[in-house]
Design a protein around this ligand. Structure first.
Ligand code: GDP
Length: 419
């Protein structure tokens, strides 16, 4: 059976070789269009510039930009094992935003570090983002090993430093791979002359060893409503099952109203007939045995495993824009399909991603990570990100602009708080 596609992100400091690595991965797996490399080599020669793999990426990008149907931010390649998609090309202006908002849900990540320079501030910030976004399958690629004569001692130093940093975040890389993206060493093919001391996997072997992220149907059910349709005399509640499983006959309760009803039928959009059950990842519509008030943003769950209903949330936040986040300001918090007006009550800590120390503050600046308390008048149905990542993560909007991404780390139960 063909394996399902794996979604990867390639992160790391600018100029550490991400585009070169991507060019190599595409070329060495035979995924580039015929003649593309020669064409770019010829163009570089005419212009008197050295050939760069990044130019090949630019050329592909330019071709895609002229087509209207192809997503410009995704790059595909294939190994014998399975197809891959690199979500979001590095350097793309929306890169961080897409990562933070979860538009790019990656199964695995490669963190690229220049062997000569080691992990710099941006490398650490990207590593922090991987932690923040819950990407657990990470491999470190120590690139430009040709510049340091594939010296094992240099590899050990850089590997040790980044592993220590990642361990503090609870991230344990599956491999730390010494490579030369420019020469193609240890990407797809192993070069025994270079770094014969390295016995671990090549980049491709490591990618093939990763697994698509599982959304377990055994988790509590969360079915956030996207829309309510009335095609005829029926009323269909539509959305995507974010976690868990539901079956015809189940009694559902809806947060935040507390209304409850039984499922009469389930329709899966990719299935011609009604189905008896649906699980995490499926987009479905359901009909109920009675008419209850339900609308976009409400979250269906089983009675025995409800989300927390809260007016006050502790979040770990990543701020994206130049205008700082200020205590006292109001933003829109979007969690799954719900939107709430929230006010920043407190910035408990601004985290220095370099050394992971933290200080209290009143504002959070661009690219900073902070622990923040948000307050809302309307009750918010949430989960802790550590327990249910899909409904424990949100995006902050200022007007229509995405200004930050956050993980729910603390949620005070409104019911208990009122006791
Ligand atoms: P990005 O900004 O992370 O995408 O980095 P690029 O892929 O554009 O690479 C930045 C520079 O490093 C370019 O001049 C590349 O030719 C060079 N480079 C990338 N990989 C290697 C490598 O393995 N060895 C050497 N010597 N140079 C490399």
């Amino acid at each position: 059976m063909p394996q399902s596609q794996l979604r990867i992100v390639i992160v790391g400091h600018v100029d550490h070789g991400k585009s070169t690595l991507i060019g190599r991965l595409l070329n060495d797996t035979g995924s580039l269009p015929d003649g593309k490399v020669e064409q770019v080599q010829e163009m570089s020669r005419k212009r008197g510039m050295p050939f760069e793999w990044a130019f090949v990426m630019d050329a592909l990008q330019a071709e895609r930009d002229q087509g209207i149907t192809i997503d410009t931010t995704q790059i595909h390649f294939k190994t014998k094992q399975r197809p891959y998609v690199i979500i979001d090309a590095p350097g793309h202006t929306e890169f961080l935003k897409n990562m933070v908002t979860g538009a790019s849900q990656a199964d695995a990540a490669l963190l690229v570090i220049d062997a000569g320079e080691g992990a710099l501030e941006q490398s650490r910030r990207h590593a922090y983002l991987l932690h923040l976004l819950g990407v657990r399958q990470v491999a470190v690629v120590i690139n430009k090993m040709d510049r340091v004569e594939f010296a094992q001692a240099r590899y050990e130093t850089v590997a040790h430093e980044i592993k220590e940093y990642l361990a503090e975040l609870g991230l344990f890389p599956k491999a730390v791979i010494p490579v030369s993206a420019r020469n193609g060493d240890n990407i797809v093919t192993r070069n025994e002359d270079q770094g014969g001391w390295y016995l671990g996997p090549t980049v491709i072997e490591q990618l093939d060893a990763f697994r698509p992220q599982q959304t377990s149907p055994d988790q509590p059910l969360r079915f956030p409503l996207q829309d309510v349709y009335k095609p005829d005399d029926r009323r269909i509640l539509a959305g995507r099952v974010e976690s868990g499983r539901l079956r015809v006959g189940d009694t559902l309760r809806f947060a935040p109203t507390g209304a409850s009803a039984r499922i009469v039928s389930i329709e899966a959009w990719n299935h011609p007939e009604t189905v008896l059950s649906a699980q995490a990842g499926q987009s479905i519509g359901i009909t109920l045995d009675k008419r209850i008030f339900a609308e976009r943003g409400h979250v269906a769950h089983h009675e025995d495993a409800a989300p927390v209903l809260t007016h006050r949330l502790g979040v770990r936040l990543f701020w994206l824009v130049s205008e700082p986040m200020q205590v006292g300001r109001t933003y829109t918090l979007k969690i799954a399909t719900a939107e709430h007006r929230v006010t920043v009550e407190q910035v408990t800590a601004v985290i220095n991603v370099e050394d992971l120390t933290s200080t209290p503050g009143k504002a959070v600046h661009r690219n900073e990570v902070a622990e923040v308390t948000l307050r809302s008048r309307s009750p918010i149905a949430v989960d802790l990100a550590a327990e249910l990542p899909r409904t424990g993560r949100g995006v902050l909007l200022d007007g229509n602009d995405v200004v930050g991404g956050c993980l729910v780390v603390e949620a005070e139960d409104a019911a208990t708080a009122n006791l």
